[in-house]
Design a protein around this ligand. Structure first.
Ligand SMILES: *[C@@H]1O[C@H](CO)[C@@H](O)[C@H](O)[C@H]1NC(C)=O
Length: 156
C-alpha cells in the first residue's frame, strides 16, 4: 500500500488537530525510552492519560500507542512507580489483558487501566513500563511522568 503525499498531508493535519484538541480531554505525555537511543523491538510513539491529572480513587486510562515489527503472542508488562524518585509501587500485568492477543505486526494500542488508592499523595510521579516477550526478552521500556491532582475524591 502506498499513501500519496496528499493523503499523508491530510493525515498529518488531522493528527496535529487531534494533538491540539486532546489536552481538553486528556493529556498526551512525552514518552522516553528507558535507555536513550536503544533500538527496542517495540516502538512507542505516545501515551495518552485520561483523566489528567489522574485523580485518586478513580480509574485512569493510560493508552500507549506502539508499533511492533514482529507478531507478539504473549507478554508481561512490568510497571514501576516512583514518587519524587522513591520507589512506591510495582505490579505485573499480562500483556493480553491490555491489548488483544496475538498482537499483529504494525500499530497497536496498549490500554492500561489503573485506579490509584485514595491515600496516594498528590505530586509528581514517574512511571516505568517494561514490556517483556514470552521468553522474558525485553520488547520495550518507557518512562514517563504524570501528576496526581490535589482534589480529593476519598470522602464520597
Ligand atoms: C484507549 O484505548 C481504548 C482501546 O483502543 C479505547 O477504547 C479508548 O477509548 C481509549 N481511551 C482514550 C482515553 O483514548
Amino acid at each position: 500500500m502506498m499513501a500519496s503525499i496528499v493523503g499523508r498531508r491530510l493525515l498529518f493535519s488531522a493528527s496535529v488537530l487531534l494533538i491540539l484538541l486532546l489536552p481538553l480531554l486528556s493529556a498526551a505525555t512525552d514518552v522516553e525510552y528507558c535507555k536513550k537511543g536503544a533500538d527496542y523491538p517495540v516502538k512507542v510513539s505516545g501515551i495518552e492519560i485520561s483523566p489528567y491529572p489522574v485523580a485518586r480513587g478513580k480509574p485512569a486510562t493510560f493508552n500507549i500507542s506502539a508499533n511492533t515489527g514482529d507478531k507478539i503472542s504473549k507478554g508481561k508488562l512490568v510497571i514501576d512507580v516512583k514518587y519524587f524518585g522513591f520507589h512506591v509501587h510495582k505490579e505485573t500485568h499480562d500483556l493480553c489483558e491490555e491489548t488483544s492477543c496475538p498482537v499483529a505486526t504494525g500499530d497497536f494500542i496498549l490500554s492500561h487501566q489503573q485506579t490509584l488508592p485514595s491515600f496516594t499523595p498528590p505530586g509528581s510521579y514517574t512511571l516505568t513500563m517494561n514490556l517483556n516477550g514470552e521468553n522474558g526478552q525485553q520488547l520495550t521500556c518507557i518512562i514517563f511522568d504524570f501528576s496526581i491532582g490535589v482534589v480529593s475524591v476519598a470522602d464520597n
